[in-house]
Design a protein around this ligand. Sequence first.
Ligand code: HEM
Length: 469
Amino acid sequence: FFPNFDHQRKEPPGPRPLPVVGNLLQLDLKSLHSSLYELSKKYGSVFTVCFGPQKMVVLAGYKTVKQALVNYGVEFGDRLINPVGKELGQAVLFANGELWKEMRRFALSNLRDYGMGKKAAEEKIIEEIQYLLQEFESKPFSVTKSINYAVSNIISAIIYGSRFDYSDAQFQQMVNRANETIQLSGTPSLFNLYPWLFQWARNKMQLCKNVAENRKQMKLLIKRLQETLNVEMCRGFVDSFLAHKRKLEDSGMTESYYTIEILVTTVGNLFAAGTDTTGTTLRWGLLFMAKYPHIQDQVQEELSRVVGSRQVRAEDRMILPFTDAVIHETQRLANILPIALPHVTTTDVTFQGFFIKKGTPVIPLLTSVLWDETEWEKPQVFNPAHFLDKDGKFVKRDAFMPFSAGRRACLGESLARMELFLFFTSLLQRFRFTPPPGVKEEELDLTPALGFTLMPMPQDLCAVSHEGF
Ligand code: HEM
């Protein structure tokens, strides 16, 4: 005879679910993060929503998200492997346990070796900026493609050891497919829940096709590197992986995580996680500049006063506090990964008095952190002053958490931050960003487009070259 304590287990509150659909009718699936944010105002910082039959716990507000991901890092630290995750394969993004631990450790230490957060990455970015600048002209254009190609080339250079030409058809396909895959995996939040629904079947087919074609292409690139591998002189991440694989095999280890399939998945993960995110943030930055010309004036005044026309370097961040604040504010307000990537509990856990069962999907609602009304003075306004003190010095803010926190936090953060800083400043040094002729600043649309990452609506901008630069 065991006493039944179930009645003492208080589960997080939430809206009453209906049979089959759960709370789906109460959620705006086109803007899921906004709906969840609204619900958090009613149900508090830990609440349950039912996506059809699937119960999920939402964590809201800076204090709660931080407490869960950092103080209860292990309990809330696994990744939810949804159907999209299954399709992409297991390595760093969608994996748990020993495989994830080993691949995350290997990826982090090798990305660092190939320059992440260091001089080597700075040189790669500065080289890439010269190519990007050539793409910009003073006519209305969509900045999306060239920016995506430029940021993809940084991770490509780190992974493969060399960049691609923007006109290389294979490279274009690879970038476009990676970005499309990310958008497809988000558009139907439902696809992740009801993979059998007819209306998502087409998306799923396209997604599978993209994943298969990307894998084929990556395998080809890897094969070429394998044929010319010199373990004493690794050119990039792939070489390091292959060298490690060979070392294990030479030592007689026949079974390990170092297989070509896992290498392909890891490379695909880094490529997908590292390009759409950074490119989207940069595009938001340029859009905010075109929308708020008085802020653009201040950035350009600071850049011309402090660095003039020389190439901006990573160390200049310290002496460009206003520009740094603008980049932080861009990430805060753009909120490009509003629900991060869903986690799952690794064990039964009692959190803030609520019982959450092992295996419960958890959404760290980053929107509610980046727009937390108790943390930010003007959460809905583009206000670089959030990151400046009264003397104009840059101030760090705890609730600035676009890369999430804890053991699943973004592993490319330092690379992304360097890319954002160098690309943004170099573009602003040379160009003035404006709406196209005949369009007023007020008409520029800040409503995000539907997708997994919140990206700006497709719209043209003008990049007008600074006179005399
Ligand atoms: C995970 C944000 C750029 C690689 C994540 C997560 C967020 C994020 C919110 C999910 C964290 C969680 O589950 O709690 C961003 C933003 C970026 C960016 C805003 C750019 C502005 C990059 C870059 C790379 C990268 C450049 C590659 C070098 C990854 C990987 C993961 C991840 C591999 C999965 C980590 C894991 O599950 O252990 N990122 N990221 N990200 N990011 Fe980034």
